[in-house]
Design a protein around this ligand. Structure first.
Ligand SMILES: Nc1ncnc2c1ncn2[C@@H]1O[C@H](COP(=O)(O)OP(=O)(O)OP(=O)(O)O)[C@@H](O)[C@H]1O
Ligand SMILES: [Mg+2]
Length: 248
């Protein structure tokens, strides 16, 4: 069975979906079979980020209602071999319960090396469903006191739910902004506030945000792209140095 990982945050808009999509691509580029489950019923976006929105007919709501076989609702990402998406239901009313989400994710994990679940914002039912099947969690945050408070809260919720493997991803990092804002003395205090071990730092990078042509040399030479490759390697247990933050 493949590894089931939820990408979550508590606070909205910190970059969960962006990181899920790029991490999925980075893992697929390492030769893995990767399935992204969009857990954001009603506000789904992975189909747009992965370039499959024009071909969508079915979603995970159709699968659990028996309207189609799972395979008919799973779409291969056109620009990345080895990466697939099972879209979230289009409406919140058709959301999956935590129990059903768990059954579905565990069933599908047999066919992939990695299942990545993009959690919705907040800590309500959508969060519960996204976390229900996960063996480990990546908690995305930014370097602000508000974001870090929500990361610490989510850390406790995940621990209560038995998800012990938790790693922190600091997104949209800019060394200049970090120094200017002066909210934290250093990165150690950021990590201590969240209470979660660091997995990696993703810089502020408009090329990541654009989600453009994955084969473009500009993107492949970007700091954001390199950060996603490092995250993928660390997720698979490789030890990769953090590098100099001053470059971000
Ligand atoms: N590293 C980055 N550099 C620049 N922009 C980024 C980066 N990561 C995310 N963004 C931008 O930040 C915005 C929010 O990102 P995203 O939608 O991934 O967040 P989210 O946590 O999934 O939001 P929600 O909680 O609403 O689901 C988007 O416009 C995205 O392009
Ligand atoms: Mg999102």
């Amino acid at each position: 069975m493949g590894a089931i990982t939820v990408v979550t945050s508590g606070k909205g808009g910190v970059g969960k979906s962006t990181i899920t999509a790029h991490l999925g691509r980075a893992l697929a580029m390492r030769g893995r079979r990767v399935l992204i489950l969009d857990g954001d019923a009603g506000l789904r976006c992975q189909d747009l980020l992965l370039g499959v929105s024009s071909s969508l007919l079915f979603d995970m709501g159709d699968v659990v209602r028996g309207n189609c076989e799972p395979i008919r609702a799973i779409y291969e990402c056109p620009d990345t071999q080895g990466l697939w998406l099972l879209p979230a239901p289009q409406t919140w009313e058709n959301r999956l319960s935590p129990y059903v989400m768990r059954q579905l994710a565990e069933l599908l994990a047999d066919y992939y090396d990695h299942v990545l679940i993009d959690s919705p914002a907040g800590i309500d039912e959508g969060f519960e469903a996204a976390c229900a099947a996960a063996q480990r969690a990546l908690v995305v945050t930014q370097c602000t006191p508000v974001c870090l408070r929500s990361s610490e809260h989510v850390h406790r919720l995940l621990t209560d739910r038995g998800i012990r493997q938790q790693r922190l991803i600091i997104n949209r990092f800019s060394y200049a902004a970090f120094r200017r804002q002066d909210d934290f003395d250093d990165l150690d205090s950021v990590i201590d506030t969240a209470g979660i071990r660091l997995m990696g730092i993703v810089p502020e990078d408009t090329l990541l945000a654009k989600n453009g042509d994955q084969k473009s040399l500009l993107l492949r030479r970007s700091a954001g792209f390199a950060a996603m490759q490092r995250l993928a390697a660390r997720l698979e247990g490789e030890s990769v140095p953090l590098g100099s933050l001053r470059k971000f």
